[in-house]
Design a protein around this ligand. Structure first.
Ligand SMILES: [Zn+2]
Ligand SMILES: [Zn+2]
Length: 339
């Protein structure tokens, strides 16, 4: 399809600060009262099967980006801003320039995310209920609630605006936000017209007819939970997150100190990833390292579960892929931040 064959949508929306592509499509679909799958098709984002490939979260090819911008009445800059590639120069898991071609084919054939890409949550995200609710949390601000790009980065575990840890799972169905079968692509149950903040994970419970698609859970994720706040811990998480995010900014210094040496920011993030792997693999060796107890306890729970899983698989005579398991960051914000 050419840019000219894509018609402009009758109405559109301006992207919100730090908004990611998924959230933008959900808001736009809700505003036009059309399911996101239809919006994706009308704006040239859907593949032949009508799904939105997960790699679009990272980057849109120039032609596709131009078609999308035309349909949604956006500037090129606004369209680019919806994808995570803006951090690519400094954050290697997002650097598609070397392996773009390979990655495209890899994702199409296997629907798997390569090892480095696990350091971007492409199959689910975390969220702050207050940010999803919009500025003042009232329904008047229906279109101000944002799904943020930075929530897809394991480095980000807390919301600096609302001073709280992010939430990894829907309180109703217990599944990660925006999770679904890999084949579903970027937006699970994309044929359903839901509020942008509703949980799209397939609802739990027994389904009499297994061939039927399960209904989406539908729980409103923008309703604030009353999670107890531990301000000291949250401040610790925010300070660390701020230091790491500062390194990703285009105007940050070229080099950073890593294990006593000056190195490029991109190298630093690779070192960090390797250090996280070693800590996980050798756990509990690093348990005595300095981190607030609630965070360490969360990490301990997570890694004990991973080690038990590996032991259980070995006991059944299987060969678990320990390297894969331990090189993936935990989805739970507290455990991830401790790591
Ligand atoms: Zn927030
Ligand atoms: Zn749910």
């Amino acid at each position: 399809m050419t840019e000219m064959s894509i018609r402009r949508l009758p109405r559109s929306l301006a992207p919100l600060p730090d908004e990611e592509l998924t959230g933008y499509l959900l808001r736009l679909g809700h505003r036009l009262e059309q399911p996101p799958a239809l919006i994706a098709t009308r704006t040239g984002l859907a593949d032949q099967g009508g799904r939105i490939p997960s790699r679009f979260l990272l980057k849109l090819e120039p032609e596709r980006a131009a078609r999308f911008a035309h349909a949604c009445r956006l500037t090129q800059q606004e369209t680019d801003g919806l994808c995570l590639a803006s951090f690519a120069e400094r954050y290697p898991p997002l650097d598609l320039t070397i392996s773009e071609h390979k990655l495209g084919i890899f994702l199409q054939q296997t629907q798997q995310v390569p090892a480095l890409q696990r350091w971007v949550f492409t199959q689910h995200t975390r969220y702050c209920p207050h940010c999803l609710a919009g500025d003042d949390g009232s329904t008047r601000h229906l279109y101000n609630g944002t799904w943020k790009k930075t929530w897809r980065l394991p480095l980000v575990s807390a919301c600096p605006i609302h001073n709280r840890l992010l939430v990894a799972r829907c309180p109703e169905c217990g599944q990660p936000a925006h999770a679904g079968p890999r084949a579903a692509g970027l937006i699970p149950q994309s044929n359903e017209l839901l509020h942008p903040a509703q949980c799209r994970a397939p609802s739990k419970g027994t389904e009499p007819d297994r061939r039927k698609l399960r209904q989406p859970c539908g729980h409103r994720l923008d309703t604030a939970d009353d999670e107890p706040r531990d301000t000291t811990t949250i401040q610790h998480v925010l300070d660390l997150q701020q230091r790491l995010l500062a390194l990703l900014q285009p105007d940050a210094p070229e080099t950073v100190s890593s294990i006593g040496d000056q190195t490029r920011a991109s190298r630093y993030f690779l070192d960090l990833r390797l250090a996280c792997f070693l800590i996980s693999y050798t756990w509990p060796q690093a348990r005595r390292l300095d981190s607030p107890p609630p965070l360490i306890d969360n990490l301990d729970d997570h890694l004990q579960r991973q080690h038990s899983l590996i032991r259980a698989l070995k006991a059944k005579g299987k060969r678990p892929r320990s390297a894969t398991i331990f090189s993936s960051p935990p989805a739970a914000p507290a455990a991830c931040s401790a790591l």
